[in-house]
Design a protein around this ligand. Structure first.
Ligand SMILES: [Cu+2]
Length: 167
């Protein structure tokens, strides 16, 4: 008499236990996936792309300076960077003044004139604008997904020019 009521009780007690274990496993899986996604996302935004250095001479960036005392340069010292499609490029301002890396699309020519953009990018190319990058530390990244020649300049010193060729 005593054993018969006990046996249906045992599975009833085991069921919530299994449920708790399942919930525990689900929570652990969610944490693992969440942490993994965080690192994946964080890695994607903090990993520097192909570098372009924005430089000046202790904050000086004069249009009349010869040779130039400010500008854009790649790791080889060139103002032109050649990359393949899908490459992320990262501009870092190492100078003492704020600078920008801004694509030469028609809207910029309208605002800043042809000194800023002697060559205008074709309208099918993506536009980019870092806006003002803080002296010494500011950086900006842009991923080039369309092939073509991207002319860009600094909106603060419109005589600063650079080119990114995407093949
Ligand atoms: Cu500048």
């Amino acid at each position: 008499m005593e054993t018969t009521p006990k046996s249906p009780e045992a599975p009833a007690a085991a069921k919530p236990k299994n449920k708790m274990a399942l919930i525990g496993i689900v929570i652990i899986v969610l944490i693992v996936v969440g942490v993994g996604a965080y690192y994946l996302f964080n890695g994607g935004t903090t990993t520097p792309g192909t570098p372009i250095t924005i430089w000046d001479t202790n904050g000086a960036c004069l249009q009349t300076a010869s040779p130039p005392n400010c500008g854009f340069k790649t790791s080889t010292g060139s103002t032109t960077l050649n990359v393949t499609s899908g490459t992320k490029v990262t501009w870092t301002n190492t100078g003492g003044a704020p600078h920008t890396a801004t694509s030469c699309d028609p809207a910029q020519v309208t605002t800043y004139g042809t000194t800023a953009c002697p060559t205008t990018n074709v309208s099918t190319l993506d536009a980019f604008d870092s806006h003002s990058l803080q002296a010494a530390t500011g950086s900006y990244s842009f991923t080039f997904s369309k092939t073509g020649s991207y002319h860009y300049f600094c909106t603060i010193h419109v005589w600063m020019h650079g080119i990114v060729n995407v093949q």
